[in-house]
Structures are given as C-alpha cells and as structure tokens.
Design a protein around this ligand. Structure first.
Ligand SMILES: [Fe+2]
Length: 262
C-alpha cells in the first residue's frame, strides 16, 4: 500500500514558547527483511527528508528474525538528517535478534539510541528532554531511573516501542508526549478494524493507532513501515508521522492533542 504522511500537533506541557512549532518526524517498525524491502525504507527516508524536521525519531523493531539486515538498514537510514539529531529506541524484535548488535550498528551511523536514558536537546531556543526506554515486552525498564535527567515542570518526549506503557507513565503522573509503534495499526484491517487474532501483541492491546490522551500522557501510535507474519497490509497503509509541538503558553490551549494539522 502507498505510504501516507500523517500530520498532527501536540500542545506539550511546559514547552518553552521559543520551541513553539518544533517538528519531529517519526518512523517505526521498519522490519527490514524478509517482507520489508530496501525500496520501502528508501521511500520512507525520502518522505522524511522532504519534511525537513527539527529532529527524527525511530521507535523500534528495525529487524525481524535476524540482526543481520541491521547493517544494510543503517546504510539506508544514513540520509536521514535533522539539525537536532536522529534518535531511536529498541523494540521487541530487536531484542529477540540481538539488541546490542542493532544498537551498535545504528550508533555507528550517528543515530542516538536511547536505552533507558534521557538526553536533553539543547536547541538554542530552549531545552527539550527526550527519553528512550527499552522494549517493555522483553525488558522491564525502570521508568524512574530512565527519567533521571528530567524533572516535572519540564517538557518531555518519550520514545517507547510498546504503546500500552502510556498507562504506567500516566500512573506515575508523568506529563509527556509518548511516541510508539509496535501494533502496525493492526496491519490487516479488512473490516476497518483488525481481526481479534491480530490484536494479541503484548503491550500493544489497548492503543492501536493514532492519538490518545491517557491522563497526562499524549500518546501517538504510528502504524509503522514494515510487515510481520504476512507480506501484506490491508486498509492500513505504512506511515510517516510529522508531529508539531505547540506551546500551551503561546497558543493558550490546554495540554492535549490538537486537531490534525494538514
Ligand atoms: Fe514490536
């Protein structure tokens, strides 16, 4: 199916007014091989570059059954660029294959892999803390130690492969924008929603695709680029997401999702 670009805007709590309009482009679930081919990745990278984002994020599942394609994938991703960096978190498939190898391969190409840590983007217009957690399906990251380097009262973007972790963040009272993937949006949606059998992904059962307000957490679930199980997507096109961050202070709106921008 042809790739779609989705544009959304998030009124992010505590975003410095000078960062109003900061744009992040998200790709997820690239799953290079066996079903997802280099041409699919190349197309996603082209779309991403055309959007000229301030930062790029990649939310896990780079490979599927083996870490071997990670080298080729890193090469295909190398044209990605953004003034404030390209960041990644790892997904369950990356762990099942070889998380250290995937991390090393991406890092060698300048992609900053966040493994249970928070990095502060010093943009020159204000600071934007970005946290990345390991796959919740496979590992059990300690949210509190991973958020060392962030304090309440500051903005926060969280990269977490599995969307249902938004509940944990909400329970901990963390106000953040969480960017996830994992579900593929169901991948097969012949009747507008996936068959029950395809909704079994652990930590991907509750939030399937798109925008959710989960307490203080604004969650976006990207449908991903690749396929697993079958080389097919039905009424569930691959997705590149552009997220524009808005300062509630500038826009005078409550922290929550805004309308679709496009
Ligand atoms: Fe996954």
């Amino acid at each position: 199916m042809p790739l779609r670009v989705t544009r959304v805007a998030s009124f992010l709590p505590h975003l410095p007014p000078a960062l109003h309009g900061f744009r992040i482009v998200q790709l997820s679930d690239l799953h290079l091989e066996p079903f997802t081919k280099p041409r699919h990745i190349e197309q996603a990278v082209r779309e991403c570059r055309a959007l000229r984002p301030d930062a790029v994020v990649l939310t896990g599942d780079f490979v599927t059954h083996s870490a071997r394609p990670a080298g080729l994938l890193a090469e295909l991703l190398s044209p990605l660029e953004a003034p404030h960096g390209v960041f990644a978190c790892l997904g369950n498939h990356d762990f099942w294959c070889d998380a250290a190898a995937v991390e090393r391969t991406l890092s060698d190409r300048g992609i900053q892999v966040l493994r249970n840590e928070t990095r502060v983007l010093a943009t020159g217009r204000g600071e934007l803390p970005m946290a990345g957690f390991d796959s919740r399906y496979v590992a059990r990251p300690n949210l509190h130690s991973a958020l060392d380097g962030w304090q309440p009262g500051r903005p926060l973007v969280v990269l977490q492969h599995e969307p249902d972790v938004a509940d944990d963040l909400a329970d901990a009272g963390v106000a953040a924008l969480q960017l996830s993937g994992h579900t593929h949006g169901g991948q097969l949606r012949p009747f507008g929603r996936p068959p029950h059998a395809l909704r079994r992904a652990r930590w991907g059962k509750k939030y399937l695709a798109g925008r959710y307000d989960v307490g203080p957490v604004q969650l976006y679930v990207n449908r991903g680029i690749g396929c697993v199980g079958v080389p097919l997507r039905v009424f569930c096109p691959p997705e590149v997401t552009e997220i524009t961050l808005l300062s509630p202070e500038v826009a005078g709106a409550a922290p929550a999702w805004s309308r679709v921008v496009a």
